[in-house]
Design a protein around this ligand. Structure first.
Ligand code: F6R
Length: 357
């Protein structure tokens, strides 16, 4: 049992030095603002010649790329690839639309990828709040989406992701983005009432789940093509906000390997709390797989919790799951007695790397 009381609203806010909860409360508006305020000049030159899309970014700046990949998979006829690396795939060239996304604008992997993209002749669109990437965009005259400063990258998902949708809309790949983001905003606003710190444990599914995950190893399972990216996001948010380990995988892939690992080591397995992310659009066979899988692993693990999407539209449903995970990870940070905002390990690693250049 943690000594932290999740009904102590004052303590929750005072343990959140960087305003992670404030950013979460602002996410519905953040999504709408970033949809409506795409600068006029952010356009894709040669839009009709684009044959592939690459999103270069890392961590909190890359997750929007995965959302784009999953969301566009059944809608547009060209591939979207997310590149979390110093270098870009060899297919990148003048027919590539390259989104260079870095919240700080100083992430060396992303800067290196953009430099490579320039040499390969890619059509670059920059999304950043500043740093060297902003300087690069201004000096090279790349279309630039300026993101407000003062957020953690992982709390700026709306700012970093939604402009990519709008750019694809302007280039003729997607349509009617604004009404969809309106639904995202409404869905998140409703969910906020349930998940916010003022909502007590007995009415707050994120607080309840945080209590289940406390002192357990969270294993988050999503579904290919829908919640896979959200499973990865949950894992990252638990790592960065709660400073705790977490692992993720997707159906149906996990039925062909990971599930076998639930056989041996009963003491070990009792420490695992499985979270399954579900959506009404999951493939019917995957829904059956989930039911069978639950029966197989149930005796071995500490527990299984299902979290279902809310909302009437695909993007809203994805964001609803992200929102639940974000709140759960912040409440888990409280139970562990850590501040959700600062990520000192990442910062000191970046500094150490800068010293050894
Ligand atoms: C910190 C975070 C990290 C960063 C990553 C890349 O909140 O989420 O994963 O996103 O270190 O930095 P940026 O986003 O500035 O390019």
């Amino acid at each position: 049992m943690s000594s932290f009381d999740l009904n102590d609203v004052k303590a929750i806010y005072s343990n959140d030095s960087t305003g992670m909860l404030e950013s979460l409360a602002g996410l519905p508006r953040q999504c709408m603002v970033s949809c409506l305020q795409l600068p006029q000049n952010v356009d894709v030159k040669n839009g009709d010649k684009i044959k592939n899309i690459v999103v270069a970014g890392i961590g909190g700046s890359a997750i929007g790329g995965d959302l784009l990949r999953v969301y566009t998979a059944g809608k547009i006829k060209i591939p979207v690839v997310v590149s979390r690396d110093y270098s870009l795939p060899a297919f990148v060239g003048p027919e590539t639309l390259l989104f260079a996304v870095s919240y700080s604008g100083n992430t060396e992997e992303t800067l290196s990828a953009v430099e490579q993209g320039r040499k390969m002749g890619a059509n670059i669109v920059v999304i950043t709040s500043g740093g060297k990437l902003m300087e690069m965009a201004l000096s090279q005259d790349y279309p630039l989406v300026r993101v407000p400063q003062g957020f953690s990258p992982r709390a700026a998902t709306g700012f970093l992701f939604i402009p990519t949708l709008r750019v694809l809309e302007k280039a003729g790949f997607l349509e009617n983005i604004t009404p969809k983001i309106e639904v995202v905003q409404e869905t998140l606003k409703c969910l906020h009432e349930k998940l916010r710190p003022e909502s007590p444990v007995q009415e707050n599914p994120a607080k309840q789940l945080a209590l289940k995950l406390y002192c357990k190893i969270p294993v988050i399972w999503g579904v290919a093509g829908t919640s896979e990216v959200v499973a990865q996001r949950w894992k990252g948010q638990i790592n960065e906000n709660a400073k705790a380990p977490a692992y993720w995988n997707v159906f149906p892939e996990l039925n062909h390997n990971e599930i076998v690992g639930f056989k041996s080591g009963p003491d070990l397995l009792k420490n695992i709390q499985v979270v399954i992310l579900r959506d009404e659009e999951d493939h019917p066979r995957v829904q059956q797989r989930i039911e069978i899988t639950k029966r197989i692993i149930n005796p071995a693990v500490s527990g299984i919790t299902e979290v279902s999407t809310a909302g009437k539209e695909e993007l809203a449903r994805l964001f609803s799951l992200i929102y639940s995970g974000d709140y759960t990870s912040v409440y888990l940070s409280m139970l562990y007695g850590v501040d959700p905002g600062p990520v000192e390990v990442i910062e000191s690693l970046k500094k150490e790397l800068a010293r050894v250049q």
